[in-house]
Design a protein around this ligand. Structure first.
Ligand code: GDP
Ligand code: IMO
Ligand code: MG
Length: 428
């Protein structure tokens, strides 16, 4: 059986957690391949709400093995905190497997993330303050701490010493913060080693063997296309590869084993943090989307910026990721809006532009060209087939499909697992 990739098409929070959970009972492995506890996925099962940050969303499916791939950055305190919180609610994390090559978020990197943002002032990114950027920077700079380092005290001590030699200069001389004691950092990291050891494997090998044995592997992205470090609105992005290409490097499965790419797309747009957002609304419509859609960050609680659907963004995501199926979420949130604007193209310097502009300047200046679609007033949360949807709602879905570059296979009409309309089997 193949590997399947699931990504976010917009700026995150599209409902990837729910979509992954929906597939959880039909797949054998769910692998988180990028990001860390900057992610926040809310999953609702039988009325019970779970907020996951670091754990793969497949953790709530009994027969599925959750895997944290090498592309993830791990805050060990958060990892064990999440495991304990799940266990306290009667859920098991016993099957969790962690890559020996995943990087660890050291305490100095969380500190650096926060102070850098504070010093950046109006030039800040609006990060989640979880140490994500500095940890990926260390990885690329080849001074990162990996999971496997925790099992060799001498290596760990050497690596933390080398990293802190540099970081302490920055912390104390630039940011006027207290230098950190290397031994204290080593002890803190070592305090997790015994609990972590039984979970750690060569996850690339594990997944290859699973695929050879006919198992289905779902590769689940954190963040989304427009937050991808290469393909998003740089520099207002996260520091990892959140698109389909990143799935392969983030877990060690080659592209030739991937059979399909699912993109989760919200029926309108949201963004958390700074950066351009052409369809952003600053009026009562924006407030309505926020309140009806519950658009507050799962990780930081920040109100999400809200706006209308942006078709060029979805088309871009379809192109960058090679999307085969779209999961369209939160259609129910649009119920009751008399006419629904959809951004079909942009205007830049008086010219119509149909695709995302090449330069950051042009994207920052892009104003949406809207087409308006008639809305519906009927409650759609009970709809389970396309025919159950009001005519105008069906027309809205058909229009989005036509503009968005891939077929819509699932429609979300509420946060619960079963509040979905399945049009095509995602595991075809
Ligand atoms: P993720 O980061 O992509 O996993 O998304 P989040 O969990 O951060 O945000 C999506 C929110 O929308 C969560 O609160 C979900 O429970 C909720 N949600 C997902 N799909 C639907 C849907 O179809 N309708 C409604 N009303 N809520 C949904
Ligand atoms: P999920 O997986 C929405 C945003 C932050 C900030 C930028 C960089 O739930 O979709 P970082 O802490 O990653 O360095 O912050 O990225 N961001 C997210 N926005 N959903 C997320 O994850 C996000 N993860 C990071 O708000 O703008
Ligand atoms: Mg989220």
């Amino acid at each position: 059986m193949p590997a399947i990739i699931l990504v976010g098409a917009q700026w995150g929070d599209e409902g990837k957690g729910k979509a992954t959970d929906l597939l959880g009972s039909s797949v054998d492995y769910v692998v988180k391949f990028n990001g860390g506890n900057n992610a926040g996925h809310t999953i609702v099962i039988n009325g019970e709400k779970f907020a996951l940050h670091l754990l793969p969303s497949g953790i709530l499916s009994e027969n599925c093995v959750p895997v944290i791939g090498n592309g993830v950055v791990i805050d060990l305190e958060v990892l064990f905190g999440e495991i304990e919180a799940l266990e306290a609610r009667g859920r098991s994390a016993a099957k969790l497997i962690v890559s020996a090559d995943a990087h660890v978020i050291a305490p100095y990197n969380t500190t650096l993330d926060k102070v850098t943002e504070r010093f950046a002032g109006s030039r800040k990114i609006g990060t989640t303050g979880r140490g994500i950027g500095p940890t990926y920077a260390d990885k690329m700079n080849r001074i990162g701490i990996r999971v496997q380092d925790l099992f060799d005290e001498a290596i760990l001590r050497e690596k933390v010493g080398a990293a802190l030699y540099l970081k302490n200069q920055i912390l104390s001389k630039i940011y006027n913060r207290r230098a950190l004691d290397a031994e204290a950092v080593v002890s803190e990291l070592l305090s997790y080693a015994d609990r972590l050891r039984p979970m750690v494997l060569d996850t690339s090998l594990l997944l290859h063997e699973a695929l050879d044995a006919g198992k289905t592997v779902l590769l689940e992205a954190g963040q989304a296309t427009m937050l991808d470090v290469d393909h998003g609105n740089y520099p207002y992005v996260t520091s990892s590869s959140a698109t389909a290409g990143g799935a392969c490097t983030g877990c060690g499965i080659p592209p030739t084993r991937v059979s399909s790419v699912i993109a989760v797309v919200k029926a309108y747009s949201t963004r958390v943090g700074e950066g351009p957002f052409p369809t952003e609304l600053h009026d009562e419509w924006g407030e309505r989307l926020r309140s009806v859609g519950g658009e507050y960050g799962t990780t930081t609680g920040r109100p999400r910026r809200t706006g209308w659907y942006d078709a060029p963004i979805s088309r871009y995501a379809a192109r960058i990721n090679g999307v085969t199926d779209i999961v369209l979420t939160k259609l129910d949130v649009l119920t009751g809006i008399e006419s629904i604007p959809v951004c079909v193209a942009y205007e830049v310097d008086g010219q119509r532009v149909d695709e995302i502009p090449m330069t950051q300047r042009d994207f920052a200046l892009a104003t949406p060209i809207y087409e308006t679609f008639p809305g519906w007033t009927e409650d759609i949360s009970q709809a389970r087939t396309l025919a159950d949807l009001p005519e105008n709602c069906q027309a809205y879905v058909a229009a989005l499909e036509k503009m968005s570059g891939a077929r819509i296979s699932v429609i979300g009409v509420g946060p619960a697992r079963d509040e979905s309309i399945v049009l095509h089997d995602l595991l075809h």
